[in-house]
Design a protein around this ligand. Sequence first.
Ligand code: G3P
Length: 200
Amino acid sequence: MSWLWPLIGYLAGSCPTGYLVVKLMRGEDIRNYGSGNIGATNVGRVMGRRWAITVALIDMLKGGAVVALAMAMGLRDHGLLAMTGLFGILGHNFPVWLRFKGGKGVATSFGVMFFYNWFCPWPALIGGALWYLVMKVTRYVSLASLVGLYACALAMGLFRAPSPYVAASFALALLSTVRHKDNIRRLLAGTENRVGQKRV
Ligand code: G3P
C-alpha cells in the first residue's frame, strides 16, 4: 500500500491555502489580484505580511508533513519518499479543486526539501538564507525564490543526501522555474513587482 503515499501527498498539497484564506477572510478570489498567483507572496499583497507568513508556513508543512508522516510510519524507500514530496508540489501547482490552476510551489518545495533530509537541515537553511538575502537586496521575491530553491538543491548534493532526494530537489527547482515564466519575463523587462510596492 506504500504507493498510496504519493496520492496522499498530492491531496495534501492540493489544499489551496492562499486561495482559501483570501476567500474566507475577504470573500474575494485571490486570482483576480496582484500577480494572480495563489501563493504566499500574493496573499501578502492582498492581506498583509502576517497572512503571507501564515500561508507560507502552512504551504511548507502541507508538503513536508506527508513526507515526515510516511517516514514516521516506516516508509524507508528513498525513491517513493522523493516521489511523495514531488506529488505534494504537483498538488499545489495543479490542484484538482481549482481546475488544475495552482501556484508556483516555492514554499511547498522548501518544506519538502527540508523534510527529505530533516536530520541534515543545512541545505534547507542555506536555501532559506539565500532566499532572504536576495529578497532583502533586490526586493524581488520571485528571484529570491529561484535562487533559494537551486541553492537548496545544490546543497542537497554537496551534503550527500540520498540521490533520489537530490534528483527530486532539482526537479522541483526546475518545475518552479517553469511556473515563474511570467516573473522571469518581467524581471528581464524590469517590470517585476517588488516587495513593498503596492500594485493590487
Ligand atoms: O512564491 C512565488 C513568488 O516567487 C512569486 O510570487 O505572486 O510575485 O508571482 P508572485
